[in-house]
Design a protein around this ligand. Sequence first.
Ligand code: ATP
Ligand code: MG
Length: 179
Amino acid sequence: MCSEPAEATRRLFFALWPDEDARAAIAALAAEQIHRQAKRVTADNLHITLAFPGAVTARVQACLEAASGSLTGAPFELSIDRLGYWPGPRIIWAGSSQTPPELWSLATSLREVMAACGLEPENRPYQVHITLARKATRALTVTRVAPIPWSVRQFCLVESVNEAAGVRYRVLRTWTLEG
Ligand code: ATP
Ligand code: MG
């Protein structure tokens, strides 16, 4: 039996990447609040996923990039003021008690971009969050924290690369939200 060689793919996702101040403040919050047994995400990897195409070919990647380039979205202010725990995946996350409508619009537009490029819709509901730690065995006692301001002016296409030292995220493209 002959079969076509499998086409190379990259594991991609769309995300918001915090600026240096927000990144440092979120990392400090995690260091302060999260118990030692949990495995904290390295500061460089902190992000909010907007949409998850997953493993895609170069052709699909090109489509996603072209379609994202013509997307229109407005900049917005985000306030990170909540901590939460999901016992299923054992994740501690940070989030916002008020998700700005512009963030929902952006996430929705990126689902349209994915559909236009022939990708199936995601099967899990979208939940705005920053994963702070994995393998967490218990919830935090603190759930409301002093707000960390984050001015969102851009969104990115990111590659998830598995390395011996763990997962590394590589920002491939950045688009500015023009408003
Ligand atoms: P690992 O899976 O090794 O723990 P990770 O989850 O950080 O690492 P990826 O699985 O590549 O790395 O995920 C990259 C980003 O996409 C993360 O923010 C992750 O939460 C999100 N993501 C992963 N899988 C899905 C999915 N099926 N639907 C929506 N978002 C996803
Ligand atoms: Mg994962």
